[in-house]
Design a protein around this ligand. Structure first.
Ligand SMILES: Nc1ncnc2c1ncn2[C@@H]1O[C@H](COP(=O)(O)OP(=O)(O)OP(=O)(O)O)[C@@H](O)[C@H]1O
Ligand SMILES: [Mg+2]
Length: 244
């Protein structure tokens, strides 16, 4: 098993945000994570990427317990992520933003720093994302969906084994979402990396994810094939009264 989350649990000031969440991800698998607003999806990702420490529980990558790993060791372990709100460097060009991801990956693997290798990899990623024409511009000058692709290219740049994407399809037009789905499937095909994708755009999500996990009030309420999870009464109920 590539990733194993075991009984992850955290409370903020008495409010239980994530409640005994356990799930697994196989190498090369794409897992979709759904749930109404506030159900604990981002908090799960924050624990699994060592941004916050779980109150209880453990996480393993390839059998290695990384529950207490220093966050800056995560890239070396083979995990990267994107954020629900874009976190691109505003004063750096698209290519420079992606180059930072490439450098982080090389540094983590102890590869000697070679400019030519860095830029070759940057261009490969920009081509893959269909954003090479934007290489020299500042991210803010691009449409939101394109900026998201830049952030995803940066997350993929370190050649991770597992990438967590927090609402990659949010704010995208249907054309942009279709292109991003294809990019994610292509990347999985060529690199074999596994993806955990949180998104409210269920239609697009199920077009890429093999399996879904549904959260409500911090708990896993359903898991399995998309159709079964989405028609599960507990899942349907968890969305009642929400605008999603
Ligand atoms: N740092 C924090 N301090 C206090 N409460 C928090 C913190 N982070 C998250 N929460 C609470 O934990 C719960 C889960 O939030 P989380 O952001 O994980 O939900 P989500 O499923 O990602 O929602 P959305 O779909 O809106 O992004 C919410 O009640 C939220 O208010
Ligand atoms: Mg969230």
């Amino acid at each position: 098993m590539l990733l194993e989350a075991r009984g992850l649990h955290i409370a903020f000031g008495g409010v239980i945000a994530v409640d005994e969440v356990s799930f697994t991800v196989k190498a090369g698998e794409i897992l979709g994570m759904v749930g109404a607003n506030g159900s604990g999806k981002t908090t799960c990702l924050n624990m699994l990427t060592r941004l916050i420490a779980p109150g209880r529980g453990a996480m393993m990558l390839d059998g290695q317990d990384y529950t207490a790993l220093a966050p800056d060791r995560l890239v070396a372990l083979g995990i990267s992520r994107t954020f629900q709100n874009l976190r691109l460097f505003k004063d750096l060009s698209v290519a420079e933003n992606v180059a930072l991801g490439v450098q982080a990956g090389m540094q983590a693997k102890g590869t000697p720093r070679r400019e030519r290798a860095i830029w070759a990899r940057v261009h490969e990623l920009l081509d893959m994302g269909g954003i090479r024409v934007h290489a020299g511009v500042l991210p803010a000058s691009l449409p939101y969906g394109t900026q998201r692709v830049v952030e995803i290219a940066r997350a993929l740049a370190s050649s991770p084994r597992l990438v967590f994407l927090d609402e990659p399809f949010a704010g995208m037009s249907s054309d942009e979402a279709r292109m991003l789905s294809k990019l994610l499937l292509d990347v999985r095909e060529s690199s074999g990396m596994a993806l955990v994708i949180v998104d409210h755009n269920v239609e697009v999500l199920v077009s890429v994810a093999e399996r879904l996990i549904a959260l409500a009030e911090g708990r896993v309420i359903a898991e399995g094939a998309a159709a079964a999870v989405l028609s599960d009464p507990a899942v349907v109920r968890s969305y009642v009264g929400t605008d999603v």
